[in-house]
Design a protein around this ligand. Sequence first.
Ligand SMILES: Cc1ncc(COP(=O)(O)O)c(C=O)c1O
Ligand SMILES: N[C@H](C=O)CCC(=O)O
Length: 424
Amino acid sequence: MAKRGVTVLSSELWKNALELFPGGVNSPVRAAVKPFPFYTKEGRGAFLITEDGRKLIDFVLGYGPLILGHSPPRVKEKVIEQIEKGWLYGTPSRAEVELARKITSHMHSIEKIRFVNSGTEATMNAIRLARGFTKREKIIKFDGNYHGAHDYVLASAGSAATEFSVPDSDGIPKDVLKTVIVCPYNQLECVEKHLKNEDVAAVIVEPIMGNMGVIPANQSFLEGLRELTRTYNTLLIFDEVITGFRVGLEGAQGYYTVYPDLTTLGKIIGGGFPIGAFGGKREIMENLTPSGKVFNAGTFNANPISMVAGIATIEELEKGKAYEIANKAVKEISEELDKAPLDHVVNSVKSMFQIFFGVKSVENADDARKANKEKYIEFQKALLDRGVFFPPSQFESVFTSSAHTEEVVNETLDKIRKVLSEMR
Ligand SMILES: Cc1ncc(COP(=O)(O)O)c(C=O)c1O
Ligand SMILES: N[C@H](C=O)CCC(=O)O
């Protein structure tokens, strides 16, 4: 490899990466960019600058966290300020109290919260807590929902687990899998059948699926889950790692006005720095160590950098303008896509959407799997050739941010029109 400071192209970095990392990457979806991933050296506003000197309009946004775009000034300022004061104390800090206050003031179902370091940790701990609280072992999850990369949830998982054909990962103990029941999304029959056995600790659900493309829940599905879980004394967990602070300050629970017992968060609440959180009713959360007997701990839990970045991000979102811009971008782009005389459907909610070719509607994971994935990749690659970066997998969401201004959207629309006309 060339010396530091000398320009090294993505192709050369990739050759090195293939020798160093399994499959060349550190999270599988990144290897879905063909023929090899471009390497990013800078992120600014709505743009990524690659090691090859390309400027791309970014609709991946770190897979969701960057709702204010790359390096927003206020977040940057607060992080630099915090760096001057140290970045890890191993003690509580003021910032964790402030971020927790902010989150709980918007998401009223969260009375107490615990900060961890990723969405994966958030769902793993929420499930353990539900099991500890209810003294039951089973959980219900939904086909195609993705809740991170831990043993409890890698059954019929979406996102890269579906993209790379491992929805049921190797390496998970059979006894763990026996505790996981998978039901179809947007249907209640399977859920009710299993809840009747009164041995299910929790139902965990993405209230808007963002890991098989975008698939919104039907209102009646979430309402039904709420009612059934109450009836059978099972906890309802909303996994809002993507939707929390993306579809609004109250997340998907505010959007649907259906409130869970526990919520998991990540991505946006850390302003682009590593974070996860889980929270909910006081009497459930009090079962966590040190007040209760369900263990959770972490060296980097509530690290001050993620805390201040999260506070600055939510403060910006509270002004409303960021949501307005990000949502408008999706509206305009999805309307343009809708108009195209292709056999396709666009699913969108607020600042997230995805297009599916060759299907009339997508309401669950089965529908998403039936979509023409090859056509999506043809579309994605053609856009990338023209400087627009959409997710390299059908089973991810397209995201927008407050940096996706009118000018950026117009440039994107122009490129989309050209690509679509070539695809007909
Ligand atoms: C809904 C959902 N839950 C959990 C996770 C896991 O989060 P992380 O990648 O931060 O571990 C993700 C994304 O990865 C997600 O989209
Ligand atoms: N779909 C995943 C999270 O939302 C994508 C991030 C990753 O797995 O790297």
